[in-house]
Structure formats: structure tokens, C-alpha cells
Design a binder for this molecule. Structure first.
Ligand SMILES: Nc1ncnc2c1ncn2[C@@H]1O[C@H](COP(=O)(O)OP(=O)(O)OP(=O)(O)O)[C@@H](O)[C@H]1O
Ligand SMILES: [Mg+2]
Length: 498
């Protein structure tokens, strides 16, 4: 039998004060789909960075194709056919799609210089293998999240990958694209290409995994054929406890609750049209629809980023103009964005500063003096409330795991106590146990009289936290359902056919 493509033996990794991995053995065979699961901060991304040669292990060894070493360089790993698509993936924004794809091929040492025409043809072929239609002449920086993600995968495919590692590849994708991506993974397997797949979405894992590996607090707690795992066993291996599903996170809206947000005939050319919405104090409204349905543009518009051409928005009975983000903030509207890395956080700044940045005004006393103790207390309160896994609030946000960065974005907005809070994919990248906790917290906030909009296509999540759900398609709100009036299966069907 051929040697495993990679084999880790007794691998450990310490960062200053944090043991990210401990005593991990893992090997990946040719043509195998291996899923890596674990709570936020359990060490998944760190493990991947060791295989990619980005981090050297503190202890243990790594073998490529049966050849053992203490550590790898990223070139070793690339040469062996390992391609990583990172959670916070990076294409070169100022290069075109074709150039990005060609670049990976060159770095992987597969080809020398090629003409522009050949570059474009290779890029088109790789995208074609995935059934994806992206203009190869566009700059990567102009693409939306989904297309960037797909181009990153196409780059790997175009450069003779043997092991493709995907760190939460589906977080930015809607259902239809997820299905397409999983098909790509299966097709790769048929070609003998291995995949190491990290996801918090357990139904995806169940669909594609041959073998499932679970990390908890940096240690491997399970490594078994996927068929031996049911959902409960998997959650138990991840969390060490059982987690309840399908329980409602919100209480009823008071019959006499006043309307907080009233949107009438809102329109923006090319984005959305004729949008009417009312949300009462304490109410959570879900907005769903496919990418391109206008749901995200509507959110950005209510936050002053994409001003509407016509229509009115009223907050607490006062008509507000939303031409800039400052207008939205003044009107008491907050937005938790989908792309936390570019829109939500100052990565080099401390966890504490990121959390209190929106509340400085409130914490500033009459003399304009901000008490460092008050700021610290406020930051710690939210770190506790959202269980951000960190020993200190003074280290940069960039040292947190992906799911913990997402919690900091949430904390930043929750601490600002807006009247209207819009959340795009609030639990994207958050592990299953914590998801419950975050949804419950939204329920608690709603109960204080906030109006909340959750933009998501995670159907169970919508049904858990929303009082009603609006379905958008082609820029219009097609229907609005009471949550009690629709089932998970019905909503899934509507979404897939929207
Ligand atoms: N560069 C770093 N400096 C300090 N600590 C780090 C660094 N990178 C990771 N860590 C810590 O190592 C631990 C494991 O992080 P890792 O990113 O591997 O988690 P993860 O399993 O990928 O989580 P998630 O699901 O949230 O992405 C975390 O406690 C994290 O804060
Ligand atoms: Mg991670």
C-alpha cells in the first residue's frame, strides 16, 4: 500500500501561554475524505497550518509520503501536492482570477512562465471542472465572498493538488453552492485526490466524510470511519456533553409592543425594490433567500452603506435618512457583517478595544474622560457572556481562533445596545454548542425591546430564533411567514427553488 500523503506523530503546538495541540497522531491516505471537527479554539486551524508548513510543531514529527521530518517548510508541503484553502483565505486582490490561478501553479513548481492566453484557458478549465462561472479577467478583489472562495479552490485544482485542505470552506456559501462544492469534493476523490475538510456543519460532514477526526482542547478525542458516528456521538466527542436542538430561543412578542423599525417601499436600483417591513420591539425577523436575492444589499442599505434611491425608514417613529454609516449609528442601527475579517474587526488591536470601540461614548463620563477600568469591565462582561476563549483581553484579535473572532464581532455590537440590530450569518463559523448559546442571547436581547433582523440561510437557526421569516427573491420580499406556520423541510424546499 502507498504511504499516507501526510502522517503526523505525537504532534504538539504551544503558543505563548496557550497549548493549541497536544499529542496528535493523524494520517491521510490517498483518495480519502477526512473531516476534522471540534469546537472553536480546539486546534483545527493550527493542525492545518502544521501540515501546510506554516507553523513548526513544538513537539512530534510530520511525514510526507512516508518520509519523516521534524517540521516542514511551506515549499515542502506545496511540492508534495498539499493545497490549503484557508478560513481567512487570501487571493491577491489586485490580480485577476486567471493570474491568481496561474500564480498558485507557478509557486507549486508545476509550470514555468505561460502566456496570458494559456493562463486564461487553464483558469477556465479549472473553474469548468467545478461547474462554476466566474469571469477570469476580473480582479479577485472585486469578487464576492463566494466567488473568491471558489477561485481559491480552482487554484488548488489547477495546480495538481493531491491533498486539498479546506478550512471551513462553506461558511460564506448558500445552500446551492454548498451542494456544488460537496460534489466537487466527491469528484476529486474519484480522481484519487484526498481532502481534509473542516466544518462546523454536521450534516455536511455526514454527507461526505469517509473518516471523521475530532479535536477537543487540542487533543484528539476520536478518529473513526464516518459511518460509525451519528450526530449525537459526534457532538459528544466534540463537546463532552449533549446539546439540545430545535428549542426556541425567543419568547413571544408582547401584543402591545410598539413598532421599532418601519421600512416602506424601499428601493435601490439593481439591489431591491418595493421592500416593506415592520418589526416590533422584542421581535426577531429572519430574512432569507439565495445569494443575489437582495437580502445582503438590504442589510447594507439599512446600515447606510448602500443608500436607497427611494422609500422611507422609520426608527421609533422618527423618519431617518441613511446615507452613511454614521447616519445609521445615529439612528440606533447596528450591523454584524458577514465578512468579519474585512468589515468587522481591527485585527491588530486588542480584543478589549475591539469590543468597546462602539461604546466609548456611553462609557465616557461628563468630562469626556474614559475610565480604563470601566472599559475593561465592559469588555470582560462580554467575553464572559459569549464565552470567548482567551486568557486575556489585551492580546490582538488576530490570535483568536476563527469562531472566537466571530464572538468578538458580536460582542462589539451587543455592547453598543442599538435599537435595531441586523446580523448577517450571526453564527457562521461558530461551533454547535456555542451556537445555541448565541441564539439564546439574541432571544434575551430581543426581550429587552430591541428589534432584531437575522439574515441567514441556516434554516434550523432561523426557526430557532425568529418570530417570523421573510423570503427574498430577485430583490423583492416574496412572502413573510410566521415561524409556527412553516416547517424546516418546507423552508428548505422554498430556498432551493427560489
Ligand atoms: N498565532 C497565535 N498566537 C497565539 N495563540 C494562537 C495563535 N494561533 C492560534 N492560537 C490559539 O490556539 C488555539 C487553537 O486555535 P485554532 O485557530 O487552531 O482553533 P480552531 O479549532 O481552528 O477554531 P475555530 O473553529 O474557531 O476556527 C486557540 O486557543 C487560539 O487562540
Ligand atoms: Mg479555525
Amino acid at each position: 500500500m502507498a504511504a499516507p500523503i501526510v502522517a503526523l506523530a505525537d504532534v504538539g503546538k504551544d503558543f505563548a501561554g496557550v497549548r493549541a495541540l497536544h499529542g496528535v497522531d493523524l494520517s491521510i491516505e490517498p483518495g480519502e475524505i477526512c473531516c476534522l471537527c471540534g469546537e472553536n479554539g480546539s486546534g483545527k486551524s493550527t493542525l492545518i497550518k502544521i501540515i501546510a508548513g506554516v507553523h513548526a510543531p513544538t513537539t512530534g514529527t510530520v511525514a510526507l509520503d512516508g518520509e519523516t521530518r521534524d517540521s516542514l517548510s511551506s515549499t515542502d508541503s506545496l511540492r508534495a501536492g498539499v493545497r490549503v484553502i484557508y478560513q481567512d483565505f487570501s487571493l491577491f486582490p489586485n490580480l485577476t482570477v486567471a493570474e491568481n490561478i496561474a500564480f498558485t501553479r507557478e509557486v507549486a513548481g508545476r509550470i514555468g512562465f505561460v502566456s496570458r492566453t494559456r493562463q486564461r484557458a487553464a483558469a477556465q478549465e479549472a473553474l469548468g471542472r467545478m461547474n462554476v462561472d466566474v469571469d477570469v479577467d476580473r480582479l479577485a478583489g472585486e469578487l464576492n465572498m463566494v466567488d473568491r472562495q471558489l477561485v481559491a479552490i480552482a487554484s488548488a485544482l489547477a495546480s495538481d493538488a493531491r491533498l486539498i485542505i479546506m478550512d471551513e470552506p462553506t461558511t460564506a456559501l448558500s445552500q446551492r453552492e454548498v451542494a456544488a462544492l460537496l460534489d466537487v469534493v466527491k469528484a476529486l476523490k474519484a480522481d484519487g485526490v484526498s481532502t481534509l475538510f473542516v466544518s462546523h456543519k454536521l450534516d455536511e460532514v455526514a454527507e461526505i466524510s469517509d473518516r471523521t477526526v475530532v479535536l477537543r482542547n487540542g487533543e484528539k478525542t476520536a478518529d473513526r470511519p464516518a459511518a460509525e458516528f451519528d450526530r449525537e456521538a459526534l457532538v459528544a466527542a466534540m463537546t463532552g456533553r449533549t446539546v439540545e436542538y430545535g428549542t426556541l430561543s425567543v419568547g413571544p412578542v408582547a401584543a402591545d409592543a410598539p413598532i421599532v423599525l418601519d421600512v416602506a417601499s424601499l428601493a435601490r436600483a439593481g439591489s431591491f425594490d418595493g421592500v416593506d417591513l415592520t418589526i416590533r420591539a422584542g421581535e426577531v425577523l429572519g430574512i432569507t433567500g439565495l445569494l443575489g436575492s437582495g437580502r445582503n444589499d438590504l442589510a447594507l442599505s439599512l446600515f447606510g452603506l448602500l443608500p436607497a434611491d427611494s422609500g422611507t425608514v422609520t426608527v421609533d417613529g422618527r423618519v431617518v435618512q441613511l446615507r452613511t454609516v454614521q447616519d445609521a449609528l445615529d439612528a440606533g442601527i447596528g450591523l454584524v457583517p458577514e465578512d468579519r475579517l474585512t468589515e468587522g474587526l481591527f485585527l491588530d488591536h486588542s480584543i478589549g478595544d475591539n469590543i468597546v470601540i462602539r461604546t466609548i461614548d456611553k462609557l465616557t463620563g461628563a468630562l469626556g474622560f474614559t475610565s480604563p477600568t470601566k472599559m475593561k469591565d465592559a469588555a470582560w462582561r462580554w467575553v464572559d457572556e459569549l464565552s470567548v476563549k482567551t486568557p486575556t483581553i489585551s492580546q490582538p484579535v488576530s490570535t483568536l481562533s476563527g469562531g472566537n473572532q466571530q464572538r468578538v464581532v458580536l460582542a462589539k455590537w451587543l455592547s453598543a445596545e442599538p435599537r435595531v440590530l441586523i446580523l448577517c450569518g450571526p453564527t457562521v463559523g461558530v461551533d454547535i454548542g456555542s451556537k445555541r448559546q448565541i441564539l439564546d442571547l439574541l432571544g434575551t436581547l430581543a426581550a429587552t425591546g430591541m428589534a432584531i433582523i437575522v439574515i441567514s440561510d441556516d434554516v434550523p437557526e432561523l426557526l430557532d430564533v425568529c418570530h417570523s421569516i421573510a423570503l427574498m427573491s430577485e430583490g423583492r420580499i416574496e412572502r413573510r411567514f410566521d415561524r409556527a406556520a412553516i416547517t424546516e423541510a418546507e423552508l428548505n424546499t422554498l430556498l432551493m427553488s427560489a
